[in-house]
Design a protein around this ligand. Sequence first.
Ligand code: NAD
Ligand code: TYD
Length: 352
Amino acid sequence: MKILVTGGAGFIGSHVVRRLVNQYDSYEIHNLDALTYAGNLESISDIESAPNYKFIKGDITDASFINDLFETNKYDGVIHLAAESHVDRSISDPLLFVKTNILGTVNLLNAARMLWLNEGADVTKKRFYHISTDEVYGSLGAEGYFTESTSYDPRSPYSASKASSDHIVRAYHHTYHLPVVISNCSNNYGPYQFPEKLIPLMIMNIMNGKQLPVYGKGLNVRDWLWVEDHARAIDVIFHKGDLGETYNIGGNNEWRNIDLVELICDIMDQRTGNPSGASRKLITFVKDRAGHDLRYAIDSSKIKNELGWTPSLTFEEGIAKTIDWYLSHKEWIKHVTTGEYQNYYEQQYMNR
Ligand code: NAD
Ligand code: TYD
């Protein structure tokens, strides 16, 4: 099996690539990533010399590059994570999200279609797996859960671009019989997350004695999932999911933002020996995000019942592990903060 993972230098992609490289000796894993601000090869430096791994720097919006890559490598499977992923950035630059998340996905679909459907190969053995988000379903009130049959109602440029890419993936299945599978996951947290997202931002700001910006009143709710549990779900769906199907993945673990930030403050005080309550004093309520979705919550009974996947960690375990990871990876944090991580490709790969 030769598998192309896109976005493997990003947060979730790094965990997916590590898992596949370590679990499947006989697979050849190619990691394609443009190394935007969100791509960090230091996050997967532990597996970069593995014999079944190769990094390829490249952009999914470049159709001829993508077509050549598929033609040369004749991939058996694609696990597509590359995307612009931050809602706040989508509000300031929606066009970039349309280009990367929609056009980039269509380029990959076209390349897979040309390779697999022209070859006359047994397409049931091929697989195009598109990784998406629960944000495509819109915003919930106090009650209820997103299921796989919830109507799409995306409300940010980010979620609208992901919803669009989900639709086009399904359209390629119905129109061309491309062998696809999709999953929609809730908010991930854990090691190697770029500190623009809520949890690492709060941890790092506390480490630096900086204010903790909580949007609005902090009453928005997110369902948090340990990133390695997502990577395991992706492994299971890639291998066992039914073609044409969608699987929701969630942590069954809802937190109001303010409660979560207070929990992080309290654990940080314990870990660093700060006086109890010191970090909470950094909390600052700031202007709300435009169009801020109130609540996301996932019903993941389909993947549990059909594929036997369940989350492995409680949130208390996961958040403690996450905080300890950031506290013990000061070098990774320093390089992210100074921008030094962006030199890693030139330093490690250009002379190979
Ligand atoms: P991330 O922003 O950490 O990583 C995205 C990666 O994609 C980066 O390495 C970046 O360099 C790469 N990339 C961006 N544009 C590219 C391009 N044009 N060509 C090639 N590579 C490009 O994102 P993440 O949080 O790891 O999310 C990965 C995927 O999972 C995304 O598709 C996202 O929508 C989805 N998702 C994320 C979450 C979450 O909580 N983070 C939840 C559900 C689904
Ligand atoms: P985020 O991590 O950006 O993920 P998403 O927007 O995809 O859910 O944000 C999680 C929640 O935290 C969301 O309700 C917005 C809120 N938030 C803050 O209150 N302050 C912040 O500085 C950030 C980045 C997010």
